[in-house]
Design a protein around this ligand. Structure first.
Ligand code: GLU
Length: 281
């Protein structure tokens, strides 16, 4: 049975782009007789807001999207992230890093999918673990895991290229885990068989595939859908004035009609679906 999920982060209200993402995940599950889960990605302590997470449930109900089972929150799973971190440390694959963003930007010589690629400054044991972030030694991890493949339903089979990101942070200084570690562990714990999300996270799946190999987790299939973009191609963002679903709901708009329109890919004027982007290594 297939199981998909919608995994919003409660650090800003949901807008039309999120509604589309939720509709894709829900629609794929329903069309194939599967399940659709809702997961709140709330480990970003400073930015996560419980009031927004509560609004998300109302937004989805307003759109007519029912989810299966209880809502999962990442904040309830911190022990699992710490355990996986310890496991990877014991395998000798993580190292502490105290470099600042500015130092990395200055020393970096390549730009990866997430910006400047960490040049490996602390890889050979220079940093004290006190207050450090922990990075994955990607070359060592790949040597252990060997070549890996993963499949996106839309883009086809992919050769995993986590090296494009450099040594990613898995345990953050300021949060219990990085997105990569938490999302990968959660998708496994939740039995997600089809990871459905926007094409802006396509490249992240290279890293997730490597983590699955290292942590002996099941390997799902991915479905990276197109993003809703404004004229000019930028993705919708609250800070650029995309109205929140909560505001539209409170203004009395019909959420189910909106969901129907999105399902039929009828978007408001000036908004369209981007071509499916996917990075070629
Ligand atoms: N929490 C992420 C976001 O809100 C989504 C992560 C995912 O779907 O893997 O953009």
């Amino acid at each position: 049975m297939i199981r998909t999920r919608f995994a919003p982060s409660p650090n800003g209200p949901l807008h039309l782009g999120h509604a589309y993402a939720a509709i894709v995940a829900h629609g794929l599950a329903r069309a194939r007789g599967g399940e659709f889960l809702l997961r709140i990605e709330d480990i970003d302590g400073e930015r996560s807001r419980a009031d927004l997470a509560r609004e998300f449930l109302e937004d989805l109900a307003w759109l007519g999207l029912a989810w299966n089972g209880p809502v999962v929150a990442q904040s309830a799973r911190l022990a699992a992230y710490a355990d996986a971190g310890e496991h990877l440390k014991a395998m000798g694959l993580l190292y502490p890093c105290t470099c600042t963003r500015a130092e990395i930007a200055k020393a970096a010589t390549t730009i990866g999918p997430d910006g400047p690629v960490y040049p490996g400054t602390c890889r050979h044991g220079h940093a004290s673990p006190e207050g450090a972030a922990w990075r994955l030694d990607v070359a060592a991890a790949l040597a252990l895991a060997g070549p890996l493949e993963w499949v996106d339903e839309l883009a086809g089979p992919q050769q995993a290229r986590p090296d494009l990101f450099g040594d990613v942070v898995l345990l953050r200084k300021d949060a219990p885990a990085s997105y990569h570690l938490a999302a990968t562990l959660d998708d496994a714990a939740d039995g997600i068989t089809l990871v459905t999300r926007g094409a802006d996270l396509f490249a992240a799946s290279h890293v997730h595939r490597l983590l699955q190999a290292l942590l002996d987790l099941p390997v799902p299939v991915w479905h990276h859908h197109g993003l809703l973009v404004e004229a000019g191609g930028r993705k919708l963002a609250k800070r650029r004035g995309a109205p929140s679903l909560a505001d539209r709901r409170r203004a009395g708009e019909d959420g189910r009609a909106l969901a129907e329109a999105l399902r039929a890919q009828h978007f408001p004027a000036g908004i369209s679906l981007s071509a499916i982007l996917h990075e070629e290594p």
